[in-house]
Design a protein around this ligand. Structure first.
Ligand code: HEC
Length: 258
């Protein structure tokens, strides 16, 4: 029995170090936090610890015998037939229970599915006009590099006056207010946002904001404001230019159908 105690103790101490020690160090470095190790990573660590401890304690023949001996004894000693039967039943039952838990169907409502980039409507109403999105182009995306840079710079002013609070000074979606929102503000540097979108799509999203999302975009309580009520059409196109110039992404272009 003693042979089991030491490895068990080592595993327990390692586990506690990870479970409590790591967050404790984190809380000292960053007061007010308690950074736990994610469950998936924890499982991996425990697996390696158990494997390591088993290896260590079976390096020598004596160690091996001490650890495995009692098990062999249990299964070969006729005097322990009853105990053997009990353990076989228990181990079998445990396996059955785990398997059952794993495969049993659940009756919970399915996770609400939402589409992050739902198909845009074919036309939108904004700035007191109707826009057909398919043909819509950014009037400030011109060949002249100097002119383009000037428009983007003006877009930057619009950005830091209006968008920065949520989307952040580096466009990472971490402005001063970001934590208050779910869904969180879009991160424009991430290739999952504007880099995937056409400028007309971005125009639609900015002009009509969260309330402009179609039903596939819900249930999604987006805090994105309805900008066509707050900034001008010109400012909208310039801020779009700025988003792409700042992040270095190119807008998606669609082939024109004739
Ligand atoms: C009050 C916070 C807030 C402000 C201010 C704000 N946004 Fe947003 N924005 C959001 C949130 C939250 C989302 C993510 C949910 C969504 O897509 O509606 C978002 C999404 C977007 C998206 C969609 C990105 C994508 O991948 O679909 C664009 C484009 C955008 N914002 C541009 C802007 C611009 C430009 C401004 C400034 C004129 C601005 N936002 C100001 C909160 C804000």
């Amino acid at each position: 029995m003693k042979a089991f105690l030491k490895p068990l103790l080592v595993i327990l101490v390692c586990y506690l170090l990870l479970k409590i020690g790591v967050p404790l160090v984190g809380s000292i470095l960053h007061p007010g936090t308690w950074p736990v190790i994610p469950t998936g990573v924890m499982k991996m660590y425990v697996f390696f610890i158990v494997t390591g401890v088993l290896l260590m304690s079976t390096f020598s023949d004596e160690g091996y015998d001490a650890l495995v001996g009692p098990i062999v004894d249990l299964y070969t000693n006729p005097a322990k037939a009853m105990l053997k039967l009990v353990t076989v039943v228990l181990v079998g039952a445990l396996g059955a229970y785990i398997t059952y838990q794993y495969v049993k169907p659940t009756f919970d409502a399915p996770v609400e599915l939402r589409s992050i980039h739902p198909a845009p409507p074919s036309s939108i109403k904004a700035f007191g006009k109707r826009f057909s999105l398919q043909k819509l182009k950014n009037p400030f995306r011109v060949e002249d590099k100097e002119q383009l840079a000037k428009s983007a710079e003006e877009g930057g002013i619009v950005y830091y006056k209006n968008c920065y609070f949520c989307h952040g000074d580096k466009m990472l979606g971490k402005g001063p207010f970001w934590e208050g929102f779910n869904p969180v503000p879009a991160n424009f540097v991430n290739i999952g946002t504007i880099a995937q979108l056409t400028e007309s799509f971005v125009f639609w999203r900015i002009a009509t904001g969260g309330p402009g999302l179609p039903s596939e975009g819900t249930p999604w309580i987006s805090a994105m404001p309805v900008w066509h009520e707050l900034i001008t059409e010109e400012e909208t196109w310039k801020v779009i230019l700025f988003l792409y110039e700042y992040t270095g992404h190119n807008p998606r272009v669609t082939k024109e159908h004739h």
